[in-house]
Design a protein around this ligand. Structure first.
Ligand code: C5P
Length: 219
């Protein structure tokens, strides 16, 4: 592992799921342990970068010398990302952001009432954090390098190739979910403007180090 390939760089990492409240005790979320994002934050810090890690609710320890900001909802994650992106020059978006949130959040717990129909949930779309930041002037002018992730259950090459273009990012990292969720190892497929290549199955820690090298080469 080449040390200090990211010296002088500031990386912002989003990680974990988001949690969208229905009422004070209930909510909807995504399956994500946060392990891949935390491994990337750790590897980037070890490679000399300043690292800001914006995390949804996960049960993981903060990597050493990494600034961690805890959030719950996608909107909070976007707000935190926009606040901290101004000094960052690399974004790695590993978070499993909920695509929708309940249109309203009840202030009190919704009570079960056998006389009434079960409650119906109405959803509104959440902001796309990666796409929003990838369209920002700093990203568009080359001052912010954006890396997206994609978990697909099928047709990874086709879906991820299209997703990279749709999100407007130079590098998109695919993995085949849901087999990877919560696991300590993974297979990553890197998609860029030249095509794609695979980082074979390894621990998320090893893959994170390899990915840091791949990112550093592209800066
Ligand atoms: O479209 P999809 O959710 O599959 O895209 C995944 C990529 O986009 C990941 O990098 C994820 O962190 C990011 N994303 C985001 N905000 C969303 C949805 C996805 O940043 N609302």
């Amino acid at each position: 592992f080449t040390p200090n390939v990211l010296a002088g760089h500031h990386m912002l990492v989003t990680a974990g799921p988001t949690f969208e409240a229905i009422d004070p005790v209930r909510g909807i979320t995504n399956r994500s342990s946060g392990k891949m994002g935390f491994a990337i934050a750790r590897a980037a810090q070890e490679a000399g970068a300043k690292v800001t890690l914006i995390s949804g609710p996960v049960a993981l320890e903060t990597p050493r010398n990494v600034q961690r900001i805890n959030v719950q909802s996608a909107q909070q994650m976007l707000d935190a990302a926009q606040e901290h992106i101004t000094s960052a020059n690399i974004l790695v978006a590993t978070a499993a952001v909920a695509d929708w949130r309940p249109a309203t959040t009840a202030t009190e717990k919704i009570k079960k009432n056998p006389q009434e129909a079960v409650p119906a949930l109405h959803f509104v779309e959440n902001p796309d954090i990666l796409a929003t930041l990838a369209q920002s002037p700093r990203a568009q002018s080359g001052q912010l390098y954006c890396v997206g992730f994609a978990a697909e259950s099928q047709n990874l090459v086709e879906f991820a190739t299209a997703k990279r273009v749709r999100k407007g990012v130079p590098l998109l990292v695919g993995n085949i979910g849901p087999s990877t969720f919560g696991q300590d190892d993974n297979v990553l497929v890197l998609f860029d403007e030249h095509g794609h290549h695979t980082l074979p199955r390894a621990s998320k820690r090893t893959l994170a180090k390899q990915l840091i090298r791949e990112i550093a080469q592209r800066l």
